[in-house]
Design a protein around this ligand. Structure first.
Ligand SMILES: C[S@@+](CC[C@H](N)C(=O)[O-])C[C@H]1O[C@@H](n2cnc3c(N)ncnc32)[C@H](O)[C@@H]1O
Length: 196
């Protein structure tokens, strides 16, 4: 697998002192043990910084899973801030709900259950930040259906643009990643020119 960060750099970043929230640690362990792809700690920290420094009050997240990134975002929103998060998996929804209850941030979190395209069509509010972290084959359609919900001057953030290094690798990705690599490359070609 190609590396985005060297193991040495990653070990260094992970060794830096930080405040440890027991619920988040438990969620990180649960995700690792159950192969649930959640944001890595450092990306989640960057997301928190972006939310906090932009003074966002409203965030839309597409792809909740067990609610790890949702809770991290909610933790830096102001008291009257809200994060809407969309999840379609009936396996993930109860886990996310339980974690939201335990987090102490449930008043700031609105979980929309079902397919994101359907939910996006029904939303009639706009957001300071949109965070896209769903199935890669849906990225372009989800971008198309959500972009109009972003406030002017808002931030559109997506995970996986480098797709573990496969999008930039000159070598063929393993079969398992072949289709998603093509899809993310297509997405990147469109997404990056939207900023101009
Ligand atoms: C990578 S995980 C999200 C991880 C989460 N953002 C975190 O970092 O804690 C992607 C999740 O998006 C959900 N998902 C994918 N496509 C979706 C869609 N079209 N509508 C709703 N949920 C979707 C999947 O079920 C999965 O739980």
């Amino acid at each position: 697998m190609p590396d985005i960060l060297s193991t040495e750099t990653l070990n260094y970043l992970n060794s830096l002192p930080r405040e440890e929230n027991p619920l988040l640690l438990e969620m990180e362990d649960y995700a690792r043990e159950n192969y649930i792809p959640i944001l890595d700690r450092n990306s989640a920290t960057l997301l928190e910084i972006l939310v906090a420094t932009s003074k966002a009050k409203t965030v839309l997240e597409i792809g909740t899973a067990i609610g790890y990134s949702t809770i991290r975002i909610a933790s830096v929103l102001p008291d009257d801030g809200k994060i809407y998060t969309i999840e379609k998996s009936t396996d993930m929804i109860p886990l996310a709900e339980r974690n939201f209850d335990s987090s102490g941030y449930s008043k700031k979190i609105i979980l929309l259950k079902g397919d994101a395209i359907r939910k996006l069509l029904r939303l009639n509010i706009t957001f300071d930040i949109i965070f896209l972290d769903a199935d890669k084959q849906d990225y372009l359609r989800l971008l198309e259906f959500s972009l109009h919900l972003l406030k002017k001057g808002g931030l559109y953030i997506t995970d996986n643009l480098l797709w573990q290094g496969y999008t930039s690798s000159v070598e063929e990705p393993p079969v398992k990643y072949a289709r998603s690599t093509v899809q993310i490359r297509e997405f990147n070609n469109i997404f990056l020119i939207l900023n101009h």
